[in-house]
Design a protein. Sequence first.
Length: 273
Amino acid sequence: MLFIKLEILKSFNRKQASVFAVVLTSMMLTACVTTTTGGFMVDASEDQAAADYVQLALAYFDNNDMSGARRHANNALDVDDEVSDAYQVLALIAEREGDRDLADSNFRRAISLDRDNSRARNNYAAMLFSQERYRESYAQLEMVASDTSYEGRALAFEGLGRSALRMGRLDDARSAFQRALQLDGNLFIAALELSLLEFDQKDYLSARRYYQSYLTIVEFLQLPHTPRALLAGIQIKGYFQNEELVENFTLVLSTLYPSSPEYQQLQRLSDAN
């Protein structure tokens, strides 16, 4: 992405910053792609021009302007038809617009052009996961997680764990979630899933420790609890007889998520007792 060291950006919100980046990058491109003006040469770089077009495309994408994003991604490909990130942007656009086959094709093209493009692999894995193609998602995330230079490596391990869970590979899931937390202790999904894995293994102390980590993180971030997290709290804290939390979480689950599978499971557990 385009990095701009200006104090004024501190007062911008994300959308304003993206629009500012679009305008500034457009000005840069005017100079970059013009090679002759009035009889003299301008120092131009096709690689830089293509990269700037990709950043423009991403800025438009962030502002939900798919037409503008597509236009600038294609501009990048007009400069160089083997720009991996341009195909990644086209894949993201196609995915958002519901064109799954086209998105899949563009992700594959992006990865074939640059097998070290971990961001493209990670985004492709996220799409595969959303389509319940867990084995393929796992394969992509394994490669992302092995890239020690990728800034999103911790999240890749978390995604790896989630894919492993869906495939019933519990030991692989546990290892992936532990690595995720080792790299970033603020990943609340990894903490939650580890608490459930340990609870199922009857390691109740570890379950409580991981769940307490989950609670600390989501309270700090002021995030709502999912039905899965509420049920986990009811079970884990219930084992340690924290009646106040159990009552509160049961009320929230029954009030906000009465149709959820987790609430149905809670009712079955209550009937069994």
